[in-house]
Design a protein around this ligand. Sequence first.
Ligand SMILES: *[C@@H]1O[C@H](CO)[C@@H](O)[C@H](O)[C@H]1NC(C)=O
Ligand SMILES: *[C@@H]1O[C@H](CO)[C@@H](O)[C@H](O)[C@H]1NC(C)=O
Ligand SMILES: *[C@@H]1O[C@H](CO)[C@@H](O)[C@H](O)[C@H]1NC(C)=O
Ligand SMILES: *[C@@H]1O[C@H](CO)[C@@H](O)[C@H](O)[C@H]1NC(C)=O
Ligand SMILES: *[C@@H]1O[C@H](CO)[C@@H](O)[C@H](O)[C@H]1NC(C)=O
Ligand SMILES: *[C@@H]1O[C@H](CO)[C@@H](O)[C@H](O)[C@H]1NC(C)=O
Length: 298
Amino acid sequence: MIWIFYTTLLGFIFINSTANPVKNVLSLINRDGAERRLLDENLPEDTFVNISNYLFKNGYPFEKHHFTTEDGYILEMHRIPNTKANVAKNQTIPRILFVPPLMCSSIDWVSNGPNGSLALLSFDLGYDVWLLNHRGTRYSMSHIIYNNTEEAFWNFSFHEKGYYDLAASVDYVLNYTESKKLTMVSYSEGTAAAMALATTRLEYNEKIELMVLLSPIGYMGGVSSIVPVLTATFLPILQEFTKAIHLYGVPYNEEVSKLIISVCAYNDDMKKTCSILLGLFLGYDPEQIDLVSTINGT
Ligand SMILES: *[C@@H]1O[C@H](CO)[C@@H](O)[C@H](O)[C@H]1NC(C)=O
Ligand SMILES: *[C@@H]1O[C@H](CO)[C@@H](O)[C@H](O)[C@H]1NC(C)=O
Ligand SMILES: *[C@@H]1O[C@H](CO)[C@@H](O)[C@H](O)[C@H]1NC(C)=O
Ligand SMILES: *[C@@H]1O[C@H](CO)[C@@H](O)[C@H](O)[C@H]1NC(C)=O
Ligand SMILES: *[C@@H]1O[C@H](CO)[C@@H](O)[C@H](O)[C@H]1NC(C)=O
Ligand SMILES: *[C@@H]1O[C@H](CO)[C@@H](O)[C@H](O)[C@H]1NC(C)=O
């Protein structure tokens, strides 16, 4: 919800300046039906592909799994099942559970394609690959009691993602595959969740063979990106504001997502504009951004 506030603010700033990327964006958004279709046709082929279609297209298998956490969230996990594996018959098949970063989902572990995605390379090496979708993300938007528009649905942080979602997914994978241990690979917010699990539920350390933390986050002391800093500074005001308009979280919306992607993938200028906007959240480092990869993420 907070990003809507900042995007709007930035929108006004850019609109009133002369070098005007936002005007380009708005002129794209304002097109109607026929023109929009034309716009979409100019986008790279895989722009709107979803994870299962993308995997099938690239020759990988795909499975969908559902399970419920102790506190009632219904999670959808995706699997790239490796049952034969490249391992000897009498060896146990190694399992990997991939834990995504903030606001991301299973597809972000495969969207760099067969030769550039850790999950697909792991599958090629013989691993049985499981991709978690945390509560409140694209595929895990349900709860046994709460509606995802309610305040109680969004009452969680990385701690609950670790304590409940990770615990439930580890148990699910081990039970389903009749295995004793798995490897966990997490990224960014996922690492904070993984550490929350490992430190609050010590018995899970027995179930995890190896824990890999990519861009690990232990504390948020050194963040300098403008959006997180401003958010932290004005948090009480923002909370009042979002409460007043009953906006507790942002459920995934296919149409909004497609619109953002079609605008951002439109051409090189738009890609750069979007990467600058993203940089305000994540820290801007153009050399680390792959502008070629345009697959529908998160
Ligand atoms: C992807 O889209 C297809 C329809 O093209 C649908 O059948 C499938 O369930 C979708 N995959 C996921 C993971 O939602
Ligand atoms: C697996 O089987 C091969 C021969 O069939 C044997 O040499 C090897 O020791 C076995 N490995 C294990 C871990 O049991
Ligand atoms: C991946 O790499 C292999 C060999 O390194 C190559 O044959 C294949 O075409 C590559 N696939 C893609 C999608 O780039
Ligand atoms: C959730 O709330 C929205 C808006 O209040 C409503 O349209 C929708 O039907 C509700 N869904 C469920 C499952 O109760
Ligand atoms: C959020 O969860 C905490 C406990 O984790 C509870 O004390 C609080 O009442 C909850 N708030 C809402 C709005 O559900
Ligand atoms: C464990 O797996 C079996 C078979 O896959 C399933 O029937 C059972 O419900 C699972 N148990 C739990 C607690 O998920």
